[in-house]
Design a protein around this ligand. Structure first.
Ligand code: C2E
Ligand code: CA
Ligand code: CA
Ligand code: CA
Length: 277
């Protein structure tokens, strides 16, 4: 029995060691990922539900670690936040995506807006609006082309985020509340904050139209958004049934594998230029 216990301890220690060494490896890798050219941006179209026209694209960061392979942003973004590397990584992403988007426009793409995910840490960092503005100016894009997707973790403390949101709105940016319904939701902030768009999280879309509860939730979010004069974008649309459901209820736009997964720069650029020509 004693021996068994010993093995168990060993087993757990091994597992913990593995988790720690992966974390250490990722952390040190993250420091050099940009200079080593390991980061890439994929783009996913946002499509108007009732016109079948691409209205925007969302930039989604990709990291290929030399030893560990593709790492999901769900894993490395929190790590980047912990280590404060989210600053430089976030700025690199904004800069690259804006310049790419400006290039598409110059080639005649009729896409209207570029959505950027902004982590809570980055958003609440001192001077974020100014930094964003100076990156944007280099690209020549107008701020009303840019949608900043922020999560509920940003808006939890309104005294902290409201001045920043107001400053960004005055500059002309659009603000979108991402992952709506998954976090700490309060109807109070929907009323107080200067939002333009609400994004329904894919977890609600996934079981439409099979779950009556999720149908009711999605329908309620769409109705509430329209009462508050917000656009509503659904993510994770994988089937035509889900799309029909959203069309019938007049969601503004959708994203998902049904139309296209996130794809590399050159692939979406083909798509954007053919689509509207
Ligand atoms: P998110 O902003 O909620 O993005 C939606 C996620 O759903 C993306 O995962 C996207 O690839 C995936 N997706 C799109 N269509 C479908 C579909 O039809 N079905 C399913 N099952 N999934 C779909 P991804 O690219 O792995 O990104 C995960 C999260 O990482 C994002 O969630 C976002 O929170 C974060 N992230 C990605 N890029 C960035 C970035 O540049 N900056 C920051 N701060 N966060 C980022
Ligand atoms: Ca997003
Ligand atoms: Ca989501
Ligand atoms: Ca998110």
């Amino acid at each position: 029995a004693k021996e068994q216990g010993g093995t168990q301890v060993c087993f757990y220690t091994d597992e913990i060691n593995q988790v720690i060494s992966r974390k250490v490896l990722l952390e040190s890798g993250l420091r050099t990922a940009i200079e080593r050219n390991e980061m890439d941006i994929f783009y996913q179209p946002q499509v108007l539900t009732n016109e079948n026209r691409i209205v925007g694209v969302e930039a989604l960061l990709r990291w290929k670690h030399p030893k560990l392979g593709m790492i999901s942003p769900v894993e490395f973004i929190p790590l980047a936040e912990e280590t404060k590397l989210i600053g430089p990584i976030g700025e690199w992403t904004i800069d690259r995506a804006c310049r790419q988007f400006a290039h598409w426009l110059s080639q005649g793409a009729e896409v209207e807006q570029l959505s950027l995910n902004i982590s809570a840490v980055q958003f609440l960092q001192r001077g974020f609006p100014t930094t964003l503005w100076s990156i944007l100016k280099k690209s020549g894009l107008s701020p009303d082309r840019i949608v900043l997707e922020i999560t509920e973790s940003v808006v939890q403390d309104t005294s902290l985020c409201l001045p920043i949101m107001k400053e960004l709105k005055e500059m002309g940016f659009q603000l979108s509340l991402d992952d709506f319904g998954t976090g700490y939701s309060s109807l109070q902030y929907l009323k107080e904050l200067p939002l333009d768009i609400m994004k329904i999280d894919k977890s609600f879309i996934q079981s439409v139209p099979f779950s009556d509860k999720d149908k009711a939730i999605v329908e309620t979010i769409i109705n509430m958004a329209s009462l508050l004069d917000l656009k509503v974008v659904a993510e994770g649309v994988e089937t035509v049934e889900q799309l029909r459901f959203l069309q019938e209820r007049h969601a503004t736009a959708y994203q998902g594998y049904w139309y296209s997964p996130p794809v590399p720069e050159d692939k979406i650029s083909e798509n954007l230029l053919i689509e509207n020509s």
